[in-house]
Design a protein around this ligand. Sequence first.
Ligand SMILES: Cc1cc2nc3c(=O)[nH]c(=O)nc-3n(C[C@H](O)[C@H](O)[C@H](O)COP(=O)(O)OP(=O)(O)OC[C@H]3O[C@@H](n4cnc5c(N)ncnc54)[C@H](O)[C@@H]3O)c2cc1C
Length: 469
Amino acid sequence: MSRRPTAVVIGAGVTGLAAAFALADSEGARVVVLDSSWRAGGKIATEPFAGVPLDLGPDSFLARVPHAVDLCGRLGLGDELIAPATGKAWLWVRGRLRPLPEGLVLGVPSNLAAVARSGILSPAGVARAALDLVLPRPAAEGDRSVGDVVAGRFGAEVHRRLVDPLLGGIHAGRSELLSVAATAPQLDAAARRGRSLLLALRRAAPPPTPGGAVPPVFLSHPAGLERVVDALTGRLAAAGVELALGEAATSVERGAGPGWAVRTDRRRIDADAVIVCVPAPATAGLLDGVAPRAGAFARSVEHSSVVVTALAYRASDVPARLDGSGFLVPRTEGRLLTAGTWTSSKWPHLAPAGLVLVRASAGRYGDERALQLDDTELVGALHAELAEAMGLSGPPVEHRVTRWPGAFPQYTVGHLDRVAAAEAELAGLPGLEAAGAAFRGLGIPACIAQGEAAAARALDHLRSLAPTR
Ligand SMILES: Cc1cc2nc3c(=O)[nH]c(=O)nc-3n(C[C@H](O)[C@H](O)[C@H](O)COP(=O)(O)OP(=O)(O)OC[C@H]3O[C@@H](n4cnc5c(N)ncnc54)[C@H](O)[C@@H]3O)c2cc1C
């Protein structure tokens, strides 16, 4: 066979780009990256707004796991990363903004006195939460929902007012449906370790750092996260990787011999390795014919939709200094808003002269109201809620609505077992991989980790073929 060993990565979101970057190190292989869109980056998107580079999707990544930080380091961006200026956050609950109490782990209290002081729970809710210290430990079982675990220990108020907005917010989901093993493994481990979840979380807390300096939890790039995408595509181009934008993969088939064939809307590419890194519905369509169990898994993953609306206010219409990164809104409040990010306070370099930027988020699993409103209705409704929460005295002077339909895969109870079954099928199909937000983590670091792991397996496969060529 005269063809060079070939790997095709389908999807140029962060998962696919991380996979391609790992493959680009491979000696001699041809690497092709396909994306149906005319831009790389998928959900990572930065655009100018009110004169500053604003992230329309993710605005930061978790720094306490290595994958995104390490990748940025390898791209030469490590020294440029910045942390939010403030870690303080608020909850819009019981009629006003209240500071989130210290010691929360994904919304679960490790300090009940702080929760009591915050006024977020009713006195009865605080009393019920304290029962966590004495209730017997439930029998260890299989996977459960986050809501079950938390409500069982602390009662409904902690679940609905603290955990659902925090954890449900990360997934735009309902914590009574989300798998604790898949979305909150540290909570799952704590719940299995001891009787009291609160005491187990307290014991698992990292020891104070010498000198009291707290390493940042989140990091971003001052030019927006698309800077990371640009660095990746630049390095891929330099390594000779073919990045084909505006070219959708339409099927993955068995090729001649042991390989695979990827069809696109304009050609057929014969490949030894294929890494599918597209959203779950597209993954299902591509895998059905070659890996039906993995395809069925991808099709079974439900998704929620969100709308992110950037609003610029005159600084004179914003009453006080916004002391924090923003606020979350529990579902129980019945609001359209799920969160208001005080972008100009969280990222002071995103404070245009005389303006204050706010990012309003709406939409979660089972609540598509925001998606159904047109831009004018949506901006009006969000502004009314922001004005009530924050005391704004004038309308926004600029806005930008970004709709993200079906953007958040829901890891419902049993998710990890279903992923494992899909992966077991793929393991029997050498050279075929699937990765990304629907599988093992939707945060940017988890997507990078999955892309890199899939590339490592694909490279092993390419190397195993080398002597026979
Ligand atoms: C509003 C919002 C806020 C978020 N906030 C954060 C945050 O603050 N921090 C964080 O860590 N994460 C955040 N996330 C999650 C994170 O951004 C995503 O989970 C992650 O970027 C997904 O990367 P991916 O590569 O798996 O998929 P995607 O980014 O969806 O990329 C998939 C790519 O596949 C392409 N594609 C689809 N079909 C085909 C086809 N047939 N052929 C070829 N290409 C195809 C698409 O065009 C796309 O470019 C947020 C997500 C959203 C939507």
